[in-house]
Design a protein around this ligand. Structure first.
Ligand code: C5P
Length: 290
């Protein structure tokens, strides 16, 4: 039996860092919004071993790939020794702060569990996800979510009705950003490193309400200041999007993706045109009706 599954991505509507931890990670609170843009992964059982192919030659297909690591962890935890062939159709950018690699890992865990008759209950999948990366747990479920800890403790919230009819614009320029670097840079900004708790929860309340302008006003990311000091062009993208009518703009995760929230798909399309004419068409630029 073959299984093909889509693997989504996210933006962080809020990413508020609360402090450095002794394990090298940072305590944070974040509000994740799932974004319906997808990679696709095919799974096929085989006699033995893990076999991974990928359409993006920039991605390793060995044991360092998150799909591979997720499959390996699944086999270890479930005791299933059957082999699996996996093919990753990579449509989404890497090093972009939209969690596409984390989503690939979560999709792999869910797909293999389905393919082999659900040997692992939800809590075991959750435990494995947390070992693969801080964003992986979020992608085990489909809803927006508040997350705490290092990002792995997920509290899903109902889909934000307020966003219906609105549109996102996502722009990942020609360069990516490594997450560990962005977090390290935060050390130069003690006030941002030790943010006051509560921004993500109050943003979640606003997005659950009816005032989209007020909700858009809650967008916040502690990593913008440190990342913008090396990549000031990212701030310029946001100025451009706001001039084009964005209700709110933000860097997603540790970058390099900038996103804008627009009242309508037409407004997002117009902004995409403006961004393209101002900053060229290198990079990945998409609009997403919500
Ligand atoms: O968990 P993940 O693999 O996404 O983390 C990548 C890197 O980002 C970590 O090694 C760490 O340097 C940084 N990070 C962090 N605090 C978090 C999440 C990630 O410092 N809460």
């Amino acid at each position: 039996m073959n299984l093909t599954r889509t693997s989504a991505c996210k933006v962080n509507l809020v990413l508020n860092i609360l402090g450095r931890r002794t394990d090298g990670f940072h305590e944070l609170e974040t509000l994740f919004l799932p974004v319906p843009l997808h990679d696709e992964i095919e799974f096929q059982p085989c006699d033995s071993g893990l076999h991974l192919t990928c359409t993006n030659p920039a991605l390793p297909t060995d044991g360092s790939n998150l799909v591979w690591r997720a499959a390996e962890a699944f086999r270890t935890e479930s005791g299933i020794r059957s082999g699996v062939r996996m093919h990753l159709r990579k449509n989404l950018p890497i090093a972009a702060g939209i969690g596409a690699g984390s989503a690939n890992a979560a999709t792999t865990l869910l797909a293999l569990n389905e393919l082999f008759g659900h040997p692992l209950p939800e809590d075991r999948l959750d435990a494995i996800a947390a070992t693969l990366g801080s964003d992986v747990n979020f992608f085990l479920q489909p809803l927006p979510a508040l997350a705490t800890g290092r990002g792995e403790q997920i509290r899903p919230v109902p889909a934000f009705e307020i966003l219906r009819g609105s549109s996102l614009l996502l722009y990942r320029p020609a360069f990516g950003i490594a997450t560990p670097w962005a977090f390290r840079e935060l050390g130069k900004h003690p006030a941002l490193l030790n943010g006051a708790n509560g921004k993500a929860a109050s943003a979640a309340d606003q997005f659950a309400g009816t005032d989209l302008a007020a909700a858009a006003g809650c967008l916040f990311n502690s990593l913008e200041v440190p990342v913008f000091s090396k990549y000031p062009i990212l701030a310029e993208f946001q100025v451009c999007l706001r001039e084009a009518g964005a209700m709110g703009t933000l860097m997603s995760g540790s970058g390099s993706t900038t996103f804008g929230l627009f009242a309508s798909p037409t407004a997002a399309e117009r902004a995409a045109e403006r961004l393209r004419s101002r900053h060229g068409d290198r990079g990945w630029l998409v609009t997403v009706p919500l």
